[in-house]
Write a new protein. Structure first.
Length: 499
């Protein structure tokens, strides 16, 4: 009965005219972000964070959530029509989606992607709703030592699952933790690393760093790459898949949903991993693997279902534990903090309306995506004709306005540009910014729980080992880190990311 009552509470808030409008804006912007190559959901959410400051907390989170899973949905359009993934989790969709388009079957490919996305998104949302309260009740039993150890595990998992060098991922974690200490000390109020600047007395704004690292850096990265978009001509027709298409796709949608739902909970970009894992699994169990890469509809259904399911279940650790699983969830955590919401399991108890409204809005958003996007395919195709040289200056202007609006400070705009250059340098040298953002968001919480635990134990650091759950989490963190740096495991890990 509590579950039904919670859903009713969520519907009463999410179905208000204002929140429905914000949800629609979010999914439409998200779809546009997914369609336009070169602008991923991380960059778009980072750029749009300042826009949400004037919104109520529920509406702000609903809109940001819509942008996120709308981008997963929209990325399939360019993958299928022009062989260019709109964002990372749609890369694998190009393998068979574009082949179907060349065979004159772009309509069924887009329709199956939409159907699979809706089914997977609905299943993922239901899983978030079912697991949210039980996991929150478990998390309420955590104390400061357990939360410190849990966040440490989250950072270690971000290292293990980050692509590229383990040492570079560790370096990014340390840089993020260092940046999180800028500003006044949490307990004494003594300035740290502020260099005497009053503007840094409260630290560098999370929004400024995120917009620089993901927005500005992404623009610089794409400018150096030659524009390689073919102009899409002609209309996409015959959207209805045949009965044989539905039969072949049904199992792939189901399996992709399961894989995405599981991997989406893991830190480190579950939507990307799940789409590749679902495609690989379908190819291995197929009676005729040679069909894949030549227009197999299962090669569209499985990854599109997986990445949308993962986009939903990524909210589980965020809403229940206050632990972001990837860069997008770190931005969400930052947005919650900016809205005055203390992240963690208490949110579901203190502000149940907010959590359940966001959960219900995910299902509403998925319905909107199906209803709105298939008829609007012509508009999305037309947007592909917008040259990068016109798109990127507009993004830079929007970033500058957003950075200045955070604190009405010109220093924030300068810092955003500086972090943009740093982020571009990191990308060029194969450093992944996502672990840095995770550490930046978790840093203050990590420090706060560390200090609380030490105060509780009167300065005895063994409290982290004498508390059973904390000790287990620390052992898990050490084992994960040790396994990731073993030569054989590291070699296999690099092969997986290369594939």
């Amino acid at each position: 009965m509590d579950f039904i009552a919670n859903l009713a509470l969520g519907f009463s808030l999410a179905a208000s005219p204002e929140n429905l409008l914000l949800c629609m804006v979010g999914v439409m912007v998200g779809t546009m972000v997914g369609v336009l190559p070169g602008i991923g959901p991380v960059a778009s959410i980072a750029i749009l964070l300042p826009v949400t400051f004037g919104l109520p907390p529920v509406g702000a989170l609903i809109m940001l959530a819509g942008i996120y899973y709308g981008a997963q949905y929209g990325g399939s359009t360019t993958s299928i029509l022009v062989n260019i993934p709109g964002e990372a989790s749609s890369v694998v969709t190009t393998l068979d989606g574009f082949q179907m388009a060349q065979q004159g079957r772009a309509g069924p490919a887009l329709a199956i992607a939409a159907i699979g996305s809706f089914i997977a998104g609905t299943a993922g949302t239901l899983l978030v709703a079912l697991l949210g309260e039980p996991l929150t009740n478990v998390a309420l039993m955590f104390g400061a030592p357990e939360f410190f150890s849990l966040m440490l595990v989250g950072l270690i998992l971000a290292i293990v699952l980050a692509s590229g060098s383990v040492l570079k991922a560790i370096a990014m974690i340390f840089v993020g933790l260092l940046l999180s200490t800028i500003g006044a000390d949490l307990q004494t109020g003594v300035p740290r690393l502020s260099f005497g600047l009053m503007e840094l007395s409260e630290g560098v704004s999370f929004v400024v760093i995120a917009m620089g690292m993901f927005g500005i850096a992404e623009v610089l990265r794409n400018i150096q790459s030659p524009e390689q978009r073919g102009i899409v001509r002609g209309k996409v027709s015959n959207l209805m898949p045949t009965r044989e298409d539905l039969r072949q796709s049904a199992g792939a949608i189901g399996r992709g949903t399961v894989i995405g739902s599981i991997l989406g909970v893991l830190p480190g970009g579950g939507a990307v991993m799940s789409s590749f894992a679902a495609y690989t699994f379908e190819k291995r169990i197929s009676r005729d693997p040679s069909r894949f890469g030549k227009g197999a509809i299962e090669g569209v259904a499985a990854p599109e279902s997986a990445n949308n399911a993962a986009a939903q279940t990524a909210f589980i650790p965020l809403l229940t534990l206050g632990i972001p699983g990837n860069a997008v969830m770190a931005l969400f955590l930052g947005a919650m903090t900016m809205q005055g919401i203390v992240p963690g399991p208490q949110v579901m108890m203190i502000q149940p309306g907010l959590v359940w409204a966001v959960i219900v809005s995910m299902w509403i958003g998925n319905v909107m995506l199906v209803i709105l996007n298939l008829p609007l395919i012509g508009i999305w195709v037309s947007m592909l004709r917008v040259p990068y040289r016109l798109l990127f200056p507009a993004i830079l202007i929007f970033c500058c306005i957003g950075a200045y609006a955070v604190n009405n400070s010109s220093l924030d705009t300068i810092l955003m540009g500086l972090f943009g250059l740093i982020g571009y340098w990191l990308i060029r040298h194969d450093f992944e910014p996502a672990p840095l953002i995770l550490a930046l968001v978790l840093g203050p919480l990590l420090e706060e729980n560390l200090r609380r635990a030490v105060i509780i134990s009167n300065g005895d650091p063994t409290i982290f080992l004498t508390r059973p759950l904390s000790a287990v989490l620390l052992v898990v963190a050490v084992l994960l880190l040790a396994v990731s740096i073993l030569p054989s495991i590291r070699k296999r890990r690099q092969q997986v990311f290369a594939e």
